[in-house]
Design a protein around this ligand. Sequence first.
Ligand SMILES: Nc1nc2c(c(=O)[nH]1)N[C@H]1C(S)=C(S)[C@@H](COP(=O)(O)O)O[C@H]1N2
Ligand SMILES: [Mo]
Length: 243
Amino acid sequence: MSTADQDLRTLTRRSFTTGGIAALIGGSGLWWMKNARPDDGIPWPLRKVLQFNERLSRTYYGPARLAPTYDVSRARDPRVNGQIGLRSPMDMSQWTLDVLSSGQKPVVERSLPIQAIHEMPRYEIVTEFKCVEGWSEIVHWAGARLSDFVETYGHETAYISLTTPDRDYYVGLDRESALHSQSLLAYEMNGKPLTLGHGAPLRLVCPLKYGVKSIKRIGAIQFTNERPADYWAERGYDWYLGH
Ligand SMILES: Nc1nc2c(c(=O)[nH]1)N[C@H]1C(S)=C(S)[C@@H](COP(=O)(O)O)O[C@H]1N2
Ligand SMILES: [Mo]
């Protein structure tokens, strides 16, 4: 949690616990609150307020907030930007998505064909794709939710690492961002199968983060409790890169 979020929570909690609650609930209400079944030592009516409050601050300021979505008529093809990890010659019919275990010596637990991803529940989103270089484009994506993938094939680790088949490009994601409802393993862009330049057969789309995190041509996903290497973080960018 950022210090701003922390501050906000402390602040709102303080104002709720002092004047707020007392003003909301009058004499008999106060009796009801004191006698309501405590939940972790906090009378539950108050706890509900705190929970609501936490949800609010996380929704608007935390990583659980949603990126804005748009009408599909506004979607455009973005430029092809960034070819690291796409240059190595590769027989695409041999492509698999490898799932690697956590630990010092990761092992390939599964090698999934693209059909495995196509068979997962389909999810579509029209969202703004933002590059740190300053351009942005509204794009219509289709694919499987990364959270569904993690649930089906993953482990409960703190981080996920994604790499291209040649390992030239790699990004790290914290678990919260990976499980975010808008994080997508995308196989279609603007109603058509992904082109090679845009990351066929499978790329990440992470609408809350800058484009650099949306790795094209994913070859492997590793579950790990150590913060994974990240190509652009190693070159001076912030590791989280939210916007
Ligand atoms: N494999 C790979 N993925 C990548 C990159 C890259 O160089 N290699 N560049 C990133 C950057 S900086 C951006 S802005 C987007 C661009 O996606 P696009 O080419 O589909 O517009 O891909 C991201 N994913
Ligand atoms: Mo970018």
